[in-house]
Ligand binder design. Sequence first.
Ligand SMILES: [Zn+2]
Length: 166
Amino acid sequence: MTSIEQNIEHRLISILEQVSDPEIPVLSIMDMGVVRSAIIEEGVVKVEITPTYSGCPAMDVIGDDIKKALKDAGYKSEIDLILHPAWTTDWITPRGRKALEDYGIAAPLEADADKDALFNGKRIVKCTNCSSQNTRLVSQFGSTACKAQFQCDDCQEPFDYFKCLK
Ligand SMILES: [Zn+2]
């Protein structure tokens, strides 16, 4: 388990927790683990974020949303993208994983397992409805490009799986 190394000023946490992931409105960017640091320097909040994976259109929106939330709280801000080390699914908090599943989206697996599930047809993605692993890939692209669509062969429920492919 790699945990995120965060350096976030305490008074900024509650502001950043109000910024939700554009892909998954129930999940904050804090729970997603994309915020690496947020410090106040000479009156300006400097925020470093790491995209969940490149090419996800949501990431363009997140920077703007962070700026807006900080502005509403009276702060000027600068956003920096940090690409290394790359974001890993381990950075999603336990609360974030639960929110994903409650929302009907299967939480991402490790990158290697993710590839097996998406390309090799391995049955390792759990159904969000009944937790069965008897699921199959329906489409590489679900409701958005960042998700794949799966269907459960036990309860027949379709659901989205949040991809962690880079
Ligand atoms: Zn099911």
